[in-house]
Write a protein that binds this ligand. Sequence first.
Ligand code: PLP
Length: 296
Amino acid sequence: MTYVRIGFCPILPTLTPHAKVFPMSIAPMPAVLVFAGTDPTGGAGLQADILTLASMGCHPLSVVTAVTVQDTVGVDDFMPMDADWIADQARSVLEDMPVAAIKIGMIGSVEAVAAIAEIVSDYPDIPLVLDPVLTSGRGDPLANEELLDALRDLLLPQASILTPNSLEARRLAENPDEENDDPELSECARRLIDMGCEYILITGAHEQGAQVSNTLYNTRGVVHRLNWDRLPGSYHGSGCTLASAIAALLALGQDVSEAVKEAQEYTYQTLKNAYRPGMGQFIPDRLYWVRGDDED
Ligand code: PLP
């Protein structure tokens, strides 16, 4: 154990006179800051993010943006956290320790989008993964049109990578001025890149076909497309798992293209090993490797 003597510390003015010597260990893993809603089932949201980050060797820092009432079937209700409370939670940890990546999931209110946008704009060098959570797996709304506008205007331009599923990509990219606007996914990607995010990964589980096709785009078009055998069943928290895994790998030093490939491999294994703790959807097993179930 290494000890460090603390002299004047502006962040801990009340502690320093009493505790002059603190035990200090060099952090063995990068910290990833997550903004997300809670999910008491442990399937999606903050709980999914924490499990994924820990499983991938990162230290999870968790800012609660909303509290949900849900089971593995669907979301019954949610209460957005006050925007000032979100900002205070985040500023406290950001001022306390280095953060290697930030991931944003469910946000809950327009005020919270504005507060989070202001915070991340103060840390432009930290990679930012934006997972635009618009509905639950059952289709319960988790964001309204006003929140969508705020996402497009304030957060999307700051994202290193945006990770919508195909339904979310179409909603975010749709042009309200054009009647019957139904763009192809490649056109959605182009529009969303034009709004300012660096990369966009559109996942294809909601599209038809024996395979699920996930495509990464940047300003030059398609970077890569990976196809996965479609697994039977419906999963709660797969999007959260994938986006958190990308954030973890960026924090561990990979570039976006590599991180996106490896995060998909990890997520696929969590889905192959998914379990059904309740009466609804399956939950990805983010710690499948602890149980030695990864035969492939
Ligand atoms: N975050 C919260 C708090 C949720 O309740 C949900 C879905 O219900 C999600 C995120 C998104 O989950 P998924 O990864 O299944 O898209």
